[in-house]
Design a binder for this molecule. Structure first.
Ligand SMILES: [Zn+2]
Length: 233
């Protein structure tokens, strides 16, 4: 059996998943079956899980993959800014941006490890609207071709990108694709990415703190409804 795996046995008599003969209670080995249920085996018939043999299979991993990452002033999409962005494509194409975030920053001292300071972004960066427009164009063109976008910690990256595009008056990704992000990215390409979190909810244009309403002198605060996600489920 797998080293370290608990040695589970059957509480009741049951047919062996390999030979079909009865395994008396307490003598067999229990394993998770392929559909999630339990299977019982004679001790000498147990099938240990094994990866399939290595093959030269087609799949999403052979398609044109694009990876996107950003360096920000923090992890709050509502206030934090993108200082740099990088795109790497599996065909070798690379894009890099350093962007001047402009004024009105709420985060003045990014305590981040990416090394891009606000001073450097201001000194070396392109104006944020121009850089963001280029970035959004590159990503939207890729998604429009129904290829796979790979994003580590996608909820943060995509929400921050969306907020930054709106903040600078640049059309967001959802407005650049013929049918929105959801229908332009195939279901398989999204669910096959290492980051299933790409399905994360898009940022809401409303306050994240909810909506306050005054009813007969009482202020009640109800949670903001979850925004309808533009990403496929
Ligand atoms: Zn058996």
């Amino acid at each position: 059996m797998t080293p370290g795996a608990p040695d589970l046995t059957n509480e009741y008599d049951g047919p062996c998943a390999v030979c079909g003969a009865v395994v008396p209670a307490g003598t067999g080995a229990l394993r998770h079956g392929p559909t999630g249920g339990w299977e019982v085996f004679h001790r000498d018939h147990v099938r240990e899980p094994a990866p399939p043999a290595r093959q030269d299979l087609p799949g999403w991993h052979r398609r044109r993959l694009m990876a996107l990452d950003i360096a920000t002033t923090g992890n709050r999409a509502a206030v934090d800014r993108i200082l740099a962005a990088a795109v790497r494509v599996s065909d070798g194409t690379t894009y890099d941006w350093i962007m001047d975030p402009g004024s009105n920053l709420l985060s003045l001292a990014p305590g981040k490890s990416h090394g891009v300071t606000i001073a450097r972004a201001r000194a070396e960066g392109a104006p944020a609207p121009r850089a963001l427009d280029e970035l959004a164009t590159v990503v939207a063109d890729h998604l429009a071709s129904r290829e796979v976008l790979v994003v580590w910690f996608a909820p943060h990256v995509l929400a921050t990108l969306h907020a930054e595009l709106l903040r600078h008056g640049v059309p967001p990704l959802t407005g650049r694709l013929p049918h929105g992000v959801a229908r332009s990215a195939t279901r398989s390409s999204w669910t096959a990415t290492p980051t299933a979190t790409a399905r994360a909810a898009a940022p809401s244009k409303r306050s994240p703190r909810g909506t306050a309403s005054r009813t007969r002198g009482r202020v009640t605060r109800r949670p903001t409804p979850r925004p309808r996600s533009p990403w496929p489920r």
